[in-house]
Design a protein around this ligand. Structure first.
Ligand code: PLP
Length: 365
């Protein structure tokens, strides 16, 4: 079966370097918030053109602590898409805030600025722009709304490491950018990890305190924080993989170009790219009105296609009926019925790409 993602292939590419780095950490004896975390924080922030980086335990925590650093909590509303990883919404509720849903743009699957405007209210404090599948949400319009209303703009970059918008890296444009290093992401650890970038020194300082019990000095809390630390083993691995992030994203782009060429003229709706930036293809997402039959056909032909995401958050049991905006999300619901993600990872062999194309093209024949 050709897998949809393949984090082990990434490990094997860098095996000698990673193995050595892991042993160095083991020998060195400092396992939490040490020199590798500090090094990775500054290298990652610098790579994005952002001033500050704060390593945390996951992408979910990055969002949660970014919101809290902004002083957003109980009673405050945060506008976000429902067509996203459930983590986006879970993080808003972890901060004690109230998520509000706005529908997506059907071409790019990202939150639609006009729908955001319709959901604004006196309690709105922030917008979470999820850069889904590897390219930017409509950032210029979202920034304009945030600016005119005095709202925070938080970027969920868990699927868009390294992507550009108007020549700038995603994550460095809003007030804070939140990243996940879950193993299958464009920059993946060998476990969980996350990071917040921001250009604002005061927000950075609050994030830094919040991730470790609010400690300003050891054992003395100035804020009521949490435990959300990045460990040295993960940071050591991420430093190695960061060096090839752009090259790896380029290889994802080459896979996408092969799919585009091979699937041209097929009944699938292929992914559209925004002219304003780059697409780093965390997923290659197409849509089909016979999606479920197509996935079954692909499976029978040795190709794993997944659905990101099969149930929009507002229709999941844990959230259904209790979040404002959840009754008017037709494009989110249509996307959940029609999208499928084809195998996508930098090391995907050319022969396998051809097999994927052939399998899609033989559907219904
Ligand atoms: C993966 C992901 C997250 C959460 O990251 P974790 O590290 O798994 O907590 C948040 N938002 C989006 C869009 C994601 O894809």
């Amino acid at each position: 079966m050709i897998p949809c993602s393949n984090p082990k292939a990434q490990y094997l590419t860098h095996k000698a370097e990673i193995d050595r780095a892991l042993i160095d950490v083991l020998d060195q004896g400092r396992y939490i918030l040490g020199q590798n975390v500090r090094g990775f924080e500054s290298e990652f922030a610098a790579a994005l053109g952002s001033a500050h980086g704060i390593g945390v335990a996951s992408g979910t925590d990055a969002l949660h602590l970014a919101l809290r650093a902004c002083g957003i909590g109980p009673g405050d509303e945060v506008i976000a898409p429902s067509h996203t990883a459930v983590a986006t919404i879970a993080a808003i509720e972890m901060a004690g805030a109230v998520p509000v849903f706005a529908d997506i743009d059907p071409d790019y699957y990202t939150i639609a600025p006009a729908k955001v405007e319709a959901m604004l209210g006196p309690r709105t404090k922030a917008i979470v722009a999820v850069h889904l599948y590897g390219q930017a949400a409509d950032l210029d319009a979202l920034q304009a709304i945030a600016k005119s209303r005095g709202l925070r703009l938080i970027e969920d970059c868990a699927q868009s490491h390294g992507a550009l918008h108007g020549g700038r890296r995603l994550g460095s444009i809003g007030d804070l950018g939140c990243f996940s290093f879950y193993p299958t992401k464009n920059l993946g650890a060998l476990g969980d990890g996350g990071l917040i970038v921001t250009g604002d020194a005061a927000l950075a300082e609050r994030c830094r305190l919040l991730r470790e019990y609010g400690w300003a000095e050891r054992y003395v809390s100035h804020l009521a924080g949490v435990n959300s630390r990045l460990d040295e083993l993960q940071a050591a691995v991420l430093r190695i993989k960061l060096r090839t992030l752009d090259a790896d994203n380029g290889r994802r782009g080459a896979v996408a170009a092969d799919y585009d060429a091979g699937l041209k003229g097929s009944p699938l709706t292929l992914p559209k790219r925004r002219a304003s930036g780059t697409h780093v293809f965390h997923q290659y997402v197409a849509r089909s009105t016979s999606r479920d039959a197509l996935i079954a056909h692909l499976k029978a032909n040795g190709v794993e296609a997944l659905i990101h995401y099969p149930v929009p958050v507002h229709l999941q049991k844990a959230y259904k009926g209790r979040i404002r905006g959840g009754d008017a999300l037709p494009e989110s619901e249509r996307a959940a019925r029609e999208v499928l993600s084809l195998p996508m990872y930098p090391e995907l062999p050319a022969a396998d790409r051809a097999k994927v194309v052939d399998a899609v093209r033989s559907f219904g024949k």
